[in-house]
Design a protein around this ligand. Sequence first.
Ligand code: SAH
Ligand code: DHB
Ligand code: MG
Length: 221
Amino acid sequence: MTESIWNDVDEFFAERIRPQDTSLAAALRDGKAAGLPQIQVSALQAGFLEVLARTVRARRILEIGTLFGYSTIHLARALPDDGRLVTLEHSPAHAEVARRNLERAGLGGVTEIRVGAALDTLPGVAHDADRPFDLVFIDADKENNPEYLEWALKLTRSGGVIVVDNVVRGGSVADLSDTSPGVVGTRRMLDLVAASDRLDASVLQTVGSKGYDGFLIASVR
Ligand code: SAH
Ligand code: DHB
Ligand code: MG
């Protein structure tokens, strides 16, 4: 099995069941043109997030880690007209590109980008929330994954879902000799999941255009 077949198969499915529209194409183009890191979820992974958000009939979504808004567009499209998505981004430059991308996609009205380190902006999000979140997508700096999971637990309704990106990272999370901060953060987040009596969780390993990685998916009791 080679990465090349993963890419081919990713493309095979994506071009059939995740057709790209002009807003998504423009978002990808502008994210690239602005020199932002090309580390957004793949088209199929983004589709998975959108399907999940529709499945739980999400009306309130929290995303930690916006980049240029590629995952954000998919999640926000799952919202009803009176829905709301809050996305947290540290970099003002990333947030600026994302804001344009969301507006062009017609999602400026249902989305809000809060700029700053997520651990600094989360208390305000908690304070301002009119109701608990139905879905939280954690996809920022991996060192803080334990703290993000704690916040997600506080802010998600019973029956809601928490998704954490990049929990496999080519297998490095299961390689205990790897003590890089992001990997350790993800492992500590997993320990919290294991210790929590409020979460029923699993991990979906993924291959594709993003290489070998995975999502943690947790249902809040
Ligand atoms: N969810 C996006 C990808 C996010 S990439 C997608 O799939 O389309 C991770 C993002 O997290 C980057 O834009 C980075 O600037 C941001 N980030 C890093 N540290 C952060 C922090 N402490 N708080 C908020 N955002 C952070
Ligand atoms: C990378 C990928 C991601 O999805 C992410 O959130 C951060 C980094 C990467 O490939 O380096
Ligand atoms: Mg990610």
